[in-house]
Ligand binder design. Structure first.
Ligand code: B12
Ligand code: SF4
Length: 633
C-alpha cells in the first residue's frame, strides 16, 4: 500500500472558513498522483472547550497577547509558566478578559496536553509517511506539540512544517530549536512541497532545494538556491475544501459565522512593488504581484459555489486586480451570480468600481484604510490622502457596504497637529462607519520598518511579553521566531496626548454613529441637506443653482480650480470667478457640509445613488495638475 500524506490544521485557526494553503497543497498533491488527507483538529478542540470560547480566542483576542499559543504550552514543553504569568504579561489589557473567560482559557490550557495525545492516538500512523503541519496566526505551539507527539509515537514519519509562522528565518530557527521538526518549507509551497514528498520517497536529498530547511549530519541546513514563487496562478488547482466541509457539517456546535469559501485571485501587491507601505509585512518574501486571469477567476468562483454550496466567498488577496472591474465583476453580475465576495482593495477606487463590487454581491470590504491624516498616510507611504479615505467611507455608506478598517498610529514623524485634525474631522463624520480598532503599529517581519528600524527612529526593539511567556528561549531566539516585535517608536508626549484625544473622539463616534445622519434630497432644481449628526444643530439647508450643482459635483474629491473650470464649462455665459466658487464652498464649510483638505473638497452628505454624477467628468481637459497624482486610481 503506498503511503499517504497527512496535513493537519491545529487550533487556533478560525472555524469560519477552510484553510486555503492546505486545500491547495492537497489538490496539487492529488494532481500529481500523491494521496493526501487533511484533518481539521481545530473543530475538535472547539468541541472540547466550546465553540464560542474557541472563536473568541481565535478571532477576538489581541494577536500579541498570544492566548491561543499560551494555551498549548503545557502540551509542548515539560516546564511552563504558571497561568498567572499570562495575566501579568497582558497588564492593563486584562480588562478585556472577564473572569469567566479567563477561567475558560485556564481550563483550555489544562486540557491541551490530553487533547494532543487524543488527536495523535486517533491517527492511523501506519498509513502515513509524511505529516505536514500548517502554522499561521496562533497555530504555532499546538502544531509543534502535535509534531512532537507524532514523532514520539512514530519516529519513521517525516514531519514537515509550513505557513506564515515558518517563513524565512523564523522557520530556520524553529527547525534549529525543535529536533522533531524534520523539514520546513518557507513561503509558497505549491511547487516545493510535492517535490519534497517525491524526493523523500525516492531517497533524494532536500538540502539544496531553495526555501527548504532540513537536517544534514544533525545540523540545520537551508537550501542555498533562491526560493522560487509561483508565477502562473492560472496553473494552480482549485482548492480542495472537502475535509473542511465534512468537519463543519459534523460539528455539533457551529460557529456563529461561516462557513465561507476561501479562495485567492492574486498574490503579492502591485502597490507594494512600487511603494512598500512602511508597516506592511503582508507579503512576506513574495511581494511580486501575480493574478489569475478574469476568466480563470470566474471559473473558479463558479466551481466553488457549485461544489460546496452558495456560501460567501472570502478572497485572501491583498489587493484587487484592476482588470476584474471590467472583465470579472460585470460578468458575474450579468450572469446573476451573487458571489458575496470579500476583498481587500486599495481605497482609491472609483465610485463606479465600488458599485461593481457591491453589485457582484459583496457586502463587506477591507479597503486598506489605516488613517484619516494625509501626513500620517504619507509617512506610511500609502499613496493616498485622508480625504480620499473619507470619500470611500461615504460612498460605502451610500451603498450600504460594510467597511473593515482601522486607525494605526505611532509612525515616526507624526505631529500633534496630525491628530488634532483627525479629531476635528471625526466630529463631522459621525454618520460614516467608524474604525474597528485604533491601535499602535506593530513591527511586523518583512516590513520596511522591521527591516531597518533605525532609519525610522525606532528603538528598543524587543520581543512581546506574549512570546516571552510562551517560549523558554533567550531574547535573541525569540526575535528570530517572532513574526512581530515590540518597540518604542519616537512618539513625543504631545503627539501621544493628541492621539488619546483622537481615541476619545473615536469612542464618541462609535457611540453616536447609529443616531447620526447627513443626507441629501435632490430635485431637478434644488438640493436639501438634512443634518442630523450628533453634535450639530438639527438643520435643513436648501441650495439652488450653482451651489446645488457644486455640491453634487463634490460627490468625489475635487480641487477648487477644477470646480471653477467645471462651473465655467457648465455655465459658459455666467463667467463665474474663483471668488464665486469660494464663497459657496465657504458656506458649505461653515456648517461642515463638505470636507476641505488643502485645496481639495468633498461632500459629506450621503447622496442618492441614482445620482452618480455622470455629468461631472473625473478630469477636465488635459491639464494633469488639476488632480494631484495621488488621486489617480
Ligand atoms: C487573508 C488573510 C487574512 C484574513 C484571514 C485569513 C484566513 N485564512 O482566515 C484576515 C483578513 C481575517 C486576516 C486577519 C489577520 N491577519 Co492575515 N493574512 C491574510 C493573507 C493576506 C493571506 C493568507 C492566505 O490565505 N494566503 C494564501 C495561502 C495560499 O497561503 P498560505 O496559507 O500561507 O499557504 C501557503 C504557504 O504558507 C505554504 N504552507 C501553508 N501551510 C503549509 C503546510 C505545510 C506542511 C507546508 C509544507 C507548506 C505550507 O504553502 C501554501 C501554498 O503556497 C496573509 C498574507 C499572505 N500573503 O499570505 C496575511 C497573514 C496571514 N495575516 C497576518 C496577520 C498578522 C493578521 C492579523 C493579526 C492582522 C491584524 N489584525 O493585525 C489578523 C489576525 C487574524 C486572526 N484570526 O488571528 C500575518 C500572519 C503572521 C503569522 N505569522 O501568523 C500574515 C502572513 C500577513 C502579515 N505578514 O502580516 N488575515
Ligand atoms: S499595506 Fe496593502 S497596499 Fe500597502 S504594501 Fe501592504 S498589501 Fe500593498
Amino acid at each position: 500500500m503506498p503511503k499517504r500524506v497527512l496535513l493537519l490544521v491545529m487550533p487556533f485557526l478560525t472555524l469560519r472558513r477552510p484553510h486555503l494553503g492546505v486545500g491547495l497543497l492537497k489538490a496539487e498533491l492529488n494532481r500529481k498522483g500523491l494521496e493526501c488527507d487533511i484533518r481539521y483538529y481545530n473543530f475538535r478542540f472547539a468541541g472540547v472547550i466550546g465553540t464560542a470560547v474557541y472563536e473568541r480566542i481565535a478571532e477576538n483576542t489581541p494577536t500579541h497577547h498570544m492566548v491561543g499559543e499560551f494555551i498549548f504550552t503545557p502540551a509542548l514543553f515539560d516546564e511552563v509558566r504558571p497561568f498567572n504569568d499570562f495575566m501579568a504579561a497582558i497588564g492593563s489589557d486584562l480588562k478585556r478578559y472577564d473572569g469567566p473567560f479567563l477561567q475558560q482559557i485556564e481550563r483550555a490550557r489544562n486540557l491541551s496536553p490530553a487533547f494532543i495525545h487524543e488527536c495523535a492516538s486517533q491517527i492511523d500512523l501506519d498509513q502515513y509517511d509524511i505529516v505536514g503541519l500548517t502554522s499561521t496566526f496562533q497555530q504555532n505551539v499546538a502544531s509543534l506539540a502535535m509534531g512532537k507527539e507524532i514523532k514520539r509515537r512514530a519516529p519513521h514519519i517525516v514531519t514537515a512544517f509550513g505557513g506564515a509562522n515558518f517563513e524565512g528565518v523564523m522557520g530556520v530557527e524553529l527547525h534549529r530549536q525543535f529536533p522533531f521538526v524534520d523539514v520546513v518549507c518557507s513561503g509558497e509551497a505549491d511547487d516545493i512541497f510535492p517535490e519534497v514528498v517525491r524526493r523523500l520517497r525516492s531517497g533524494e536529498p532536500l538540502h539544496e532545494m531553495g526555501g527548504v530547511t532540513c537536517r544534514l549530519g544533525g545540523e540545520t541546513v537551508t537550501g542555498s538556491t533562491p526560493q522560487t514563487f509561483v508565477t502562473g496562478l492560472n496553473d494552480l488547482p482549485y482548492p480542495d475544501h472537502t475535509d473542511y466541509f465534512r468537519e463543519f457539517t459534523a460539528a455539533k456546535e457551529k460557529p456563529a459565522m461561516g462557513p465561507e469559501l476561501t479562495m485567492e485571485t492574486s498574490r503579492g501587491c502591485w502597490w507594494g512593488q512600487k511603494h512598500h507601505c512602511t508597516f506592511c509585512g503582508l507579503n512576506g518574501l513574495s511581494m511580486t504581484y501575480r493574478s489569475k486571469s478574469p476568466d480563470r477567476a470566474y471559473r473558479e468562483i463558479k466551481y466553488l459555489l457549485a461544489e460546496y454550496g452558495d456560501f460567501d466567498i472570502f478572497n485572501t488577496d491583498n489587493i484587487v486586480d484592476l482588470r476584474y472591474f471590467s472583465e470579472l465583476f460585470p460578468r458575474l453580475i450579468s450572469e446573476g451570480i451573487k458571489a458575496k465576495l470579500f476583498y481587500e482593495t486599495k481605497a482609491n477606487l472609483k465610485k463606479t468600481q465600488l458599485m461593481l463590487i457591491k453589485r457582484a454581491g459583496s457586502y463587506s470590504i477591507q479597503p486598506g484604510i489605516e488613517s484619516l491624516s494625509s501626513h500620517v498616510l504619507a509617512l506610511m507611504d500609502k499613496g493616498i490622502k485622508g480625504i480620499q479615505n473619507v470619500q470611500l467611507l461615504r460612498w460605502a455608506r451610500e451603498m450600504d457596504l460594510d467597511v473593515q478598517w482601522t486607525i494605526i498610529y505611532g509612525f515616526p514623524g507624526e505631529e500633534p497637529e496630525d491628530y488634532q485634525k483627525v479629531t476635528r474631522l471625526v466630529g463631522a463624520i459621525k454618520h460614516l462607519q467608524p474604525p474597528l480598532v485604533v491601535t499602535r503599529f506593530r513591527l511586523d517581519r518583512f516590513s520596511p520598518m522591521f527591516k531597518d528600524p533605525a532609519k525610522y527612529g525606532i528603538v528598543n526593539v524587543r520581543s512581546y511579553r506574549g512570546h516571552q511567556i510562551c517560549y523558554p528561549f533567550p531574547e535573541e531566539t525569540l526575535q528570530r521566531i517572532a513574526y512581530f516585535l515590540d518597540c518604542n517608536p519616537p512618539m513625543t508626549p504631545e503627539t501621544f496626548r493628541e492621539i488619546k484625544n483622537m481615541w476619545q473622539a473615536v469612542d464618541t463616534w462609535r457611540q453616536f454613529h447609529p443616531k447620526s445622519a447627513l443626507t441629501a434630497e435632490v430635485t431637478p432644481s434644488s438640493l436639501i441637506l438634512r443634518d442630523r449628526r450628533a453634535g450639530y444643530p438639527m438643520a435643513d439647508y436648501t441650495y439652488h443653482g450653482l451651489a446645488r450643482d457644486l455640491y453634487l459635483a463634490l460627490d468625489g474629491v475635487h480641487s477648487d480650480s477644477f470646480l471653477l473650470e467645471w462651473a465655467r464649462t457648465k455655465y459658459p455665459s455666467a463667467q463665474y470667478t474663483a471668488d464665486d466658487v469660494q464663497r459657496i464652498l465657504n458656506e458649505f464649510l461653515a456648517h461642515d457640509l463638505v470636507l476641505c483638505e488643502d485645496n481639495l473638497y468633498l461632500a459629506l452628505a450621503l447622496l442618492p445613488l441614482d445620482r452618480i454624477t455622470d455629468d461631472v467628468p473625473e478630469k477636465l481637459g488635459t491639464a494633469a495638475e488639476r488632480m494631484p497624482a495621488a488621486l489617480g486610481t
